[in-house]
Every structure is written in structure tokens, then in C-alpha cells.
Design a protein around this ligand. Structure first.
Ligand code: EPZ
Length: 416
């Protein structure tokens, strides 16, 4: 298994261009199924999950051509409604193909995406919402089959602002007959980008207030050329790296207004942030201060995907702080490895208590999921001595090349 070798105890200085967004690209690739023609997606990140999505689209009849970061998806002829098991079980986000396939073919089958190390990943909210739109779902415990004799627009309120369920409903509603009013939907920026892509294809989607969307199903979508926005979680990861290791970095193309909760915490911890036309300047030269209580939640609250990277900075900050994880029930898995490096974090139920003031020491550690793996790399940057992060493939699911990017910031990291 590939790994990342890091020589630590060095501040960061440099500039790095932020890649295209994984969590915007994946739903937009799924939404391209709604368009019986060729959509061209630019600035697609070169990451494992996007490759997996390309394979799934090919498996169901799309012609997919990729040149560097440009992906052409020809969804004119869809031939298969059963999603390939080997990809569905590896990539949770394949569940968001339900909406578009029900819209195009009136049926879809997929094995359960299952849970993962960050917690339970049920799809009950997806099934409940689609059932309200004229979909009959049958689940034999192994495989879920959904069929529809025609999607119907309706008014529905999600029990929880699930990102994936919101995306599925939006795509189904675009293909449905009638108007859908969706309430308590997720407000993550990726929802806005998905709607923006669909509107570029001719869909009628209007925001009627925070967490409220009005979608007029009308079919007749036309192909478009669309540029994937930059990845707020990758930008936030590198902001946490600069915060934790100290130094100065320009995050070129970092999205504006998508990381306000993290930027507020970073300022509380002693970072200086400055928005320029090139992106976001981050500088942490003085002491690293404890941020007090941090709590994750759905947007605009602090993002769950950045809690592990921030924990590394909190562990070294002067003073005690805490982080409460309210989105996934298993997202503190990385703490065990961070504590082997000396982080001294105590987890009780959904809260991590971080005493702070710790000096990390380099160790051979193991990634077990995407964002926790990125946090271990950041810990290696700050630690005394050398760190080897194994199972780097988890990190490659969401980061094009974390070693390349951190080398741009002056870090001493190598592909192990
Ligand atoms: C998306 O996952 C992101 N993935 C995740 O990013 C992100 O952490 C998450 O949203 C929250 O922001 C992609 O966009 C590809 P949810 P998703 O449905 O859609 C529960 C990363 O690191 N839930 O909003 O799966 C669920 O168990 C990844 O890039 C149900 O109970 O997240 C969780 O506790 C990790 N029933 C909570 O809602 C359902 O039917 C949030 O899940 C669906 C979800």
C-alpha cells in the first residue's frame, strides 16, 4: 500500500492551487445522466472517486472520455439500471445515481452502500423522499430496487438536511411531472453548484429561502459545458495545515464564503487571513491559541469533513478546547493514531476533549479514511522527527496529490 513520508517540525511557506471539488463533481456527474447528450465538465479533480464514478457511468451505458481534468459524458443511450456492486460498495456517493436513473429509466438497483469507518451511512432519508415522488422501493437487505411509473412533483420536508438525499431529490424533481417544493434541505455549497449545473442545462430551480427549493420538473434538458468549482474541503485542509505548522500560504482559487466557520475558528486560534483576487492568504506566525468549543453541523455550521484536520491544530494550541461531532457517529477514528503521536485527546461519546499544549512526535501511523488520513499528514508536518502515513489510498480518494500540494507549500514530504 502506498504511503506518505513526512519530515516534520517545519513551517509552511508557498502557494498552492486548489483542485476542483470532489463533492461538487460527483453529484454533477450523476446529474449529467439527466441530459440525453454530451455534457463537458472541466476542472474535474483527478481523484479515485471521480474515476469510480466514470466507471459506473460507463457500466450503465454512457460514453465517458477524459482528457486531464476535462470529462465528456454522453448519456444519450442508457442501457443498464443496475449499478455495479464493486463500485457501489466502495463509494457511498453512488447512491445519488438513484434520482437521475429513476428519471431516465424509471428503475434502479444497487447494493447497499453500507457503513464506513466514519459512521453509519443509512439511506432511509433518500428512500422516504423518493417514495413521496411515486417511487416504489424494495430492499432485500442486500440490494435495493426502486421503480417508478413516472416521478411526481410534490411538497416534502427532509427529516434531516442530508446532502445526498437533497441531491437525489433535486435530480428526481427535475425529471418529475409537476412542481416539487423541498424543505429542510441541505445548504452545503455543493447543493448550489448542482442546481447551477442543472439550470445551465435548462432546469427550473429557485431558492425560496434557507433550505427551501422550488423545482419545476419539465424534462427537456440540453447539454452544457460546466466548470467544477474549487474544493472547499481541500482548501480548508491546507488552511488547517498552515494553522497547525505555522507559516504563510496562498491558497489559490480557494472558494469565497464557503469556509466561514473554519475561517472564524482559525482567526480565534491566531491566524491572519486575507482574501485577494488570487485566493486566500493564511498566516500564522504567533502563538497557536485554543478555539474553545467547536461543534460540527450541516452548513453553515463547522463542516464535519474538517474536524479531523482541525484537531491537529487544537492538540498543539495553548489551552484546552473541545470538538463535538454531530453529523457522523464514528468520526473520531483518527484520534487513536493522533494520540500515538502525543496529541492527548480524550473522546467521550460525541465530544473530543483536547487538553492542548502538546508537542507531537513522528510515528508510523495508518490512515483508515479520507479526512482522517489527511489529518495524519498534517500531524506529520508538525511533529518532531519523521512520520510515515500508511494506506495513503484513502487520502487519494479526495486529494489529487497531497504530497505535490504540500511541497508547493515548502513541506518536506515524499511518496512513500
Ligand atoms: C456528503 O455525504 C459528503 N459526501 C460527505 O463528505 C460529508 O461529510 C457529508 O455530506 C456531510 O456534509 C459527498 O458529498 C460525496 P449526509 P452524505 O447524507 O451525503 C445521516 C468527504 O469526506 N443520514 O448529509 O453521505 C448520515 O448517517 C465525505 O468528502 C441518514 O441518517 O452525508 C449522517 O449521519 C465524507 N439517512 C448524516 O445524515 C440518510 O438517508 C449526514 O449525512 C442519509 C443520511
Amino acid at each position: 500500500m502506498k504511503s506518505v513520508y513526512i519530515r516534520g517540525n517545519a513551517s509552511l511557506y508557498g502557494e498552492v492551487t486548489i483542485q476542483g471539488s470532489k463533492n461538487a463533481a460527483l453529484p454533477i456527474m450523476a446529474a449529467a445522466l439527466l441530459v440525453p447528450g454530451v455534457c463537458v465538465l472541466r476542472n474535474c479533480p483527478r481523484i479515485a472517486d471521480v474515476e469510480h464514478m466514470c466507471r459506473i457511468l460507463e457500466n450503465i451505458g454512457c460514453r465517458v472520455d477524459r482528457v486531464e481534468r476535462e470529462i465528456r459524458i454522453d448519456a444519450a443511450q442508457l442501457t443498464e439500471s443496475r449499478l455495479p456492486k464493486k463500485y457501489v460498495t466502495r463509494m457511498r456517493s453512488s447512491v445519488m445515481l438513484m434520482g437521475p436513473l429513476l428519471g431516465r429509466l424509471g428503475e434502479v438497483s444497487l447494493s447497499h452502500p453500507g457503513g464506513c469507518v466514519i459512521g453509519d451511512r443509512p439511506i432511509d432519508l433518500h428512500v422516504k423522499a423518493l417514495s413521496r415522488m411515486g417511487v416504489a422501493c424494495q430492499d432485500d437487505g442486500e440490494e435495493l430496487t426502486a421503480v417508478s411509473c413516472g416521478l411526481r412533483g410534490t411538497t416534502l420536508r427532509l427529516d434531516y438536511p442530508s446532502v445526498g438525499a437533497t441531491e437525489n431529490v433535486i435530480m428526481a424533481a427535475v425529471a418529475a411531472d409537476g412542481v416539487t417544493c423541498l424543505e429542510n434541505c441541505a445548504q452545503e455549497p455543493e447543493i448550489g453548484w448542482l442546481c447551477d449545473f442543472l439550470v445551465h442545462c435548462g432546469a427550473s430551480i429557485v431558492q425560496k429561502g434557507p433550505g427551501r427549493l422550488l423545482i419545476r420538473g419539465q424534462g427537456g434538458l440540453h447539454p452544457c459545458i460546466y466548470t467544477i468549482p474549487s474544493d472547499r474541503i481541500v482548501a480548508g485542509t491546507y488552511l488547517c495545515a498552515c494553522l497547525a505548522a505555522g507559516g504563510e500560504a496562498l491558497l489559490k482559487g480557494a472558494p469565497c464564503g464557503e469556509n466561514d466557520a473554519l475561517e472564524k475558528a482559525a482567526r480565534q486560534m491566531g491566524a491572519g487571513l486575507k482574501r485577494t483576487q488570487d485566493g486566500l492568504w493564511v498566516r500564522r506566525a504567533g502563538p497557536l491559541l485554543a478555539p474553545g468549543k467547536i461543534e460540527t453541523g450541516s452548513f453553515p455550521a463547522f463542516p464535519t469533513d474538517l474536524q479531523s484536520p482541525l484537531l491537529v491544530a487544537m492538540a498543539q494550541a495553548e489551552g484546552e478546547s473541545s470538538l463535538r461531532e454531530t453529523v457522523f457517529n464514528g468520526r473520531f477514528g483518527v484520534v487513536e493514531e493522533l494520540n500515538r503521536m502525543g496529541a492527548g485527546i480524550e473522546v467521550e461519546k460525541d465530544t473530543a476533549r483536547v487538553p492542548g499544549g502538546r508537542r507531537l512526535s513522528g510515528k508510523r501511523v495508518r490512515a483508515s479514511e479520507l479526512r482522517g488520513g489527511a489529518a495524519l499528514v498534517i500531524a506529520g508536518l508538525c511533529a518532531e522527527g519523521e512520520t510515515l502515513v500508511e494506506n495513503r489510498s484513502y487520502v487519494d480518494r479526495g486529494y489529487e496529490d497531497i504530497c505535490r500540494d504540500l511541497r508547493f507549500l515548502g513541506a518536506c514530504v515524499q511518496d512513500g
